[in-house]
Design a protein around this ligand. Structure first.
Ligand code: S3P
Length: 442
């Protein structure tokens, strides 16, 4: 169905496909990063089943290996073994820590490293990561005594960390970001007193769940679980972790199955942590044909299989700041879904999208407009007039994995074929996306 040219990573995408069959999405990216990091500072061996074998977790693993942690090869279907070095066992790396394209890697590394007294670390990343704001992490860590320096007054990578003795603190985070929260929680593990993080809204809680499982002295309280308290000093113990499939990757198939006539899909082993299921809430409001089956609990995270089939009349939707933290990575594919709804959809309160791997509001508006979509871009969202015919054209992921996969789904319903430049971006979170895309169409 598609072909890739080695030089440009451009892919020919044919319209008119209907999707059917079963798909098992790769492991959750957020949980994979955390398993690697917490396993590294635990005592003993941690085993991880289902760890996402993709570029972003590879970046985290390579940083940790540079600091003396033995992590076995990360390969599809292979259990990963991490030989933990204990809370204080990370060594000073000889090389710069390269975080690649991964915001989670660099931000969680900051939290992990600021308390390594007397040790020096330099962190950098690719073109995209070097433009993303880091002060949102450096600033709260500074309240604990951290030293983080970098371009643009400490906001941009490359960043340098000089490990300090940290103090416990009560910190209110300015945005509901699991990356900021998790960085503070990591720093809190080696502080000299208790730390409390207060979020403006609940962001994904994988760190809290997993740190508790590893034996950290962490409690969650306050209104809707927004106050997280950590008492330092607890020894983390190696665990056996099973990583569920990533709902953010499942989202492409959920939308594809809903919008393409004749489609019928089962997406297996999807993580259903309530801090991540905003996409399901919206699809239900759109009257999509979804059914969750085989609900179960896997290693402290809720999991299920999702059946989805084509819906003739998808309803338009309105989402705002309240739900954004629960679907922050699904806004690009929701923008695609909105193009095929019967009416006008509104996305607001989503200015965080502007500081992701790309400015996702601008990029999705630009690329979908090139296909003929009727979209207005606002400072914090999009207004999408559904029901306009889309046309195949030359598209560009602009290096963003979620944009690449979202656009691929849009081309299924366009009139005429498309070419997607920089389609290889998908490998950041879903290396087999193009294989699954082809297989589900046949
Ligand atoms: C992530 C948190 C989110 C999300 C990112 C992964 C994490 O970012 O967009 O893909 O693993 O903590 P923010 O925490 O900045 O919203």
């Amino acid at each position: 169905m598609s072909s890739t040219s080695q030089n440009t990573h451009s892919k020919s995408l044919h319209s008119g496909g209907r999707l059917s069959g079963k798909v098992r999405v790769p492991g959750d990216k957020s949980i994979s990063h955390r398993a690697l990091i917490f396993g590294s500072i635990a005592e003993g061996i941690t085993t991880v089943e289902g760890l996402l074998p993709a570029e972003d977790p590879e970046s985290t693993a390579s940083c940790l290996r540079s600091m003396g942690v033995e992590i076995s090869e990360i390969r599809k279907g292979k259990v990963v073994h991490i030989k933990g070095v204990g809370l204080n066992g990370l060594t000073e790396p000889k090389e710069v820590l390269n975080c690649g394209n991964s915001g989670t890697t660099i931000r969680l590394m900051l939290g992990l490293l600021v308390g390594r007294v007397g040790k020096h670390f330099v962190l950098t990343g690719d073109e995209s990561l070097s433009q993303r704001p880091m002060k949102r992490v450096g600033q709260p860590l500074k309240l604990m005594g951290a030293h983080v320096r970098g371009r643009s007054d400490g906001n941009l990578a490359p960043l340098s960390v000089y490990g300090q003795r940290l103090h416990g603190a009560v910190i209110g985070t300015p945005v509901a970001s699991a990356q900021i929260k998790s960085a503070i929680l990591l720093a809190a593990l080696t502080a000299d007193g208790p730390t409390t993080v207060i979020e403006p809204a609940l962001s994904r809680d994988h760190s809290e769940r997993m740190l508790k499982a590893f034996g950290a002295n962490l409690t969650v309280g306050g209104e809707i679980g927004r106050h997280i308290n950590v008492l330092p000093g607890a020894i983390l113990k190696g665990q056996s972790i099973v990583v569920p499939g990533d709902i953010s990757s499942a989202a492409f198939w959920l939308v594809a199955g809903s919008i393409t006539p004749g489609s019928k899909l089962t997406i297996e082993n999807v993580g259903l942590n309530p801090t991540r299921t905003g996409i399901l809430e919206v699809l239900k409001k759109m009257k999509a044909n979804l059914q969750i089956i085989n609900k179960r609990d896997v290693a402290g995270e809720p999991v299920g299989d999702i059946k989805v089939s084509h819906t003739t009349q998808l309803m338009p939707f309105k989402i705002d700041a309240e739900i954004i933290p629960r679907l922050v990575d699904e806004v690009p594919i929701l923008a695609v879904a909105a193009c095929f709804c019967n009416g006008v959809s509104h996305i607001s309160g989503a200015s965080e999208l502007r500081v992701k791997e790309t400015d996702r509001l601008a990029v999705m508006a630009r690329q979908l407009t090139a296909m003929g979509a009727n979209i207005e871009e606002h400072s914090d969202g999009l207004t999408i007039h559904g029901g306009t015919q889309l046309y195949g054209t030359e598209l560009d992921s602009e290096t963003d994995h979620r944009v690449a996969m979202s656009l691929a789904i849009a081309t299924l319903l366009a009139k005429g074929d498309s070419t997607l430049l920089r389609s290889d971006a998908a490998a950041v979170s879903y290396p087999d996306f193009w294989v699954d895309f082809k297989r589900l169409q046949s």
